[in-house]
Design a protein around this ligand. Structure first.
Ligand SMILES: CCCCCCCC/C=C\CCCCCCCC(=O)N[C@@H](CC(N)=O)C(=O)O
Ligand SMILES: [Zn+2]
Ligand SMILES: [Zn+2]
Length: 533
């Protein structure tokens, strides 16, 4: 197997018809070891032998750069076309019975089967359709004694009204080196990249040592109660235990952390809890010519103003955010390095700094977001009812009941009714010490893919499907290698969601590395290279 990979991935392992000797390998090396180079030469050992090695091969291809330009990118172009096709299927999650676009969900399932034949036809892979639209793939490893692991992603997306987009959100258009569209960073990019990596590995005859699962939920954006929850149940009923699980979540941050010189890949080792609260005020309705002193709209607005002007207390230091800054301390610029290496002293001031921006504020406290407000029926009718929704994301140092209690204290008005729509406690902290094989497998795969960045454990500020897999493992990690500058953060669930072609290729490389690193007994050993892809 090593020979095939060393040869630049040019060998066709499954067919077994090509084994590269030393002279042809010399010919491939200056071409960057591209499989496409071999294909261009007819895919035949004889073709290479006929060329006799490096000089002739280069001459025949017109030189390295030209050859790469002409040949390179074919595979990437196909991968890019597949992601664009995935974006064009509008798998929008909507709450309520009959709200899901079942036609789109089924179409998406067909697209996966058509685009990844090596995966869906492999004897190593078993496919289960779960809850009609979710997918569970089992990739059987050669060593049944090793504990399996799992990769998860979701195929649904949040709605995307056309307004504000530079290109239609379900067009998958390419614009200045980026694929645009809903799902390109949340989360069709990781779903498609996982399958691209597996497709490629299977085409090359890769047989994993350990079994792994790929779970693809279809309703993550509305809580995953049908998709991920049932995928987990299937695995539980089979008695499966996982070594670790990797889902979407945190990302690569470039220029987002104040004072940090280099980009950092944050691996979410815990996840904030959530509380969706409905606030409701009812008052007497009637003719608007004779209004009472206070309206339900005024009362509710005042309550909301109190919530927004009284953020819940900062919790810096009592959750995994502290580990993030301790890990990163050597990478900070001068004053920040002193601050982050002496958090016992500077913790309070540093916490204040983090609290000034929404992105970093989300790390240090339970956040309060007023997301909906409805009231009134007609311009000349006193409103009978005003309702608002508040979404708290709960810091791991707090609980749902504590947040409820604080909310009542802050509102301090019995006329405001509170109804819990849904709630979830923060998730436990997954291991990231030296013996945490899952964490280090992910960390090594990040380094293999992005040699110039650091990775660190951190808190996932949004919610994921991982909550459903807690019975299978306590090693839950949340990361996809999307490269974000500060201005990219609002693209999540916002307008102009996009991924660069380069970043999508890196995403495929990340999972390609991960699937091999996960097989290593010792995850810190470096092996095959993605330059060969
Ligand atoms: C020093 C570190 C600064 C931290 C900055 C944080 C920047 C975060 C950047 C990107 C966040 C990307 C989040 C992607 C995961 C999104 C998952 C999601 O949308 N979940 C939904 C649905 C659900 N499962 O509940 C949600 O509402 O959370
Ligand atoms: Zn997502
Ligand atoms: Zn999302």
């Amino acid at each position: 197997r090593a020979l095939l990979w060393e040869a630049g991935g040019g060998g066709r392992a499954a067919g077994g018809d090509i084994r590269l000797g030393s002279a042809p390998r010399l010919a491939l090396e200056p071409l960057g070891g591209k499989r496409e180079a071999l294909e261009a030469l007819g895919g035949k050992r004889e073709a290479l032998e006929a060329l006799g090695g490096k000089r002739e091969a280069l001459e025949a291809l017109g030189g390295k750069r030209e050859a790469l330009e002409a040949l390179g990118g074919k595979r990437e172009a196909r991968a890019c076309a597949r992601l664009r096709a995935a974006v064009r299927v509008p798998t929008v999650s909507r709450e309520g019975p009959g709200a899901a676009d079942e036609v789109a969900l089924l179409r998406f399932g067909r697209l996966l089967r058509e685009e990844f034949p090596a995966v869906f036809e492999s004897e190593l892979v078993t496919h289960d359709l779960v809850a009609n639209f979710s997918h569970l793939l089992t990739v059987r490893g050669a060593d049944g004694g090793r504990t399996p692991y799992m990769l998860t992603a979701h195929l649904d997306v949040v709605p995307a009204p056309d307004y504000g987009w530079d290109v239609p959100p379900f067009s998958g258009e390419i614009h200045q080196g980026y694929i645009y569209g809903r799902g390109t960073i949340d989360d069709k990019h990781s779903l498609m990249a996982i399958l691209e990596a597996l497709e490629l590995l299977l085409q090359r005859g890769f047989v994993p040592q350990r079994t792994f699962y790929i779970g693809i939920g279809h309703d993550e954006e509305i809580g995953g109660d049908k998709g991920a929850r049932n995928i987990a149940k299937v695995l539980e009923s089979r008695g499966v235990k996982l070594d670790f699980l990797l889902d979407e979540g945190m990302v690569i941050l470039d220029g987002v952390v104040p004072g940090l010189q280099i980009p950092v890949a944050v691996v979410g080792v815990s996840e904030k809890g959530s509380l969706m609260l409905r606030l409701r005020v009812r008052t007497e309705t009637g003719h608007s010519s004779m209004p009472a002193k206070e309206s339900c709209i005024g009362i509710l607005s005042a309550a909301i103003t109190r919530l927004e002007s009284n953020p819940l207390p900062q919790q810096f230091g009592s959750g995994p955010e502290r580990a993030l800054f301790e890990y990163l301390s050597p990478q900070f610029n001068f004053p920040m390095r002193v601050v982050t290496s002496n958090l016992w002293l500077f913790g309070p001031i540093f916490s204040w700094v983090l609290g000034q921006k929404p992105t970093t504020n989300a790390l240090i406290r339970t956040t309060t977001a007023v997301t909906e407000f409805h009231a009134g029926v007609k311009p000349n009718v006193v409103a009978p009812l005003a309702e608002a929704t508040v979404n708290y994301r709960i810091h791991p140092a707090q609980s749902v009941s504590e947040v409820l209690r604080l909310t009542e204290e802050i509102i301090a008005d019995d006329r405001v009714e509170l109804e819990v729509l849904s709630s979830m406690e923060p998730l436990p902290i997954s291991p990231f010490d030296e013996s945490a094989t899952g964490y280090w497998t992910i960390s090594k795969s990040i380094t293999d893919t992005f040699p110039d960045i650091v990775s660190a454990p951190g808190l996932c500020i949004a919610n994921t499907d991982t909550r459903h897999y807690q019975k299978l493992t306590s090693a839950l990690y949340r990361f996809t290698p999307v490269w974000n500058k500060l201005e990219d953060i609002p693209r999540y669930h916002g307008v102009n969601e996009r991924i660069s072609l380069q970043n999508y290729k890196q995403t495929i490389h990340f999972y390609f590395n991960l699937m091999q690193n996960a097989d290593q007994e010792e995850p810190l050993i470096k092996h095959f290279h993605t330059e060969d892809l």
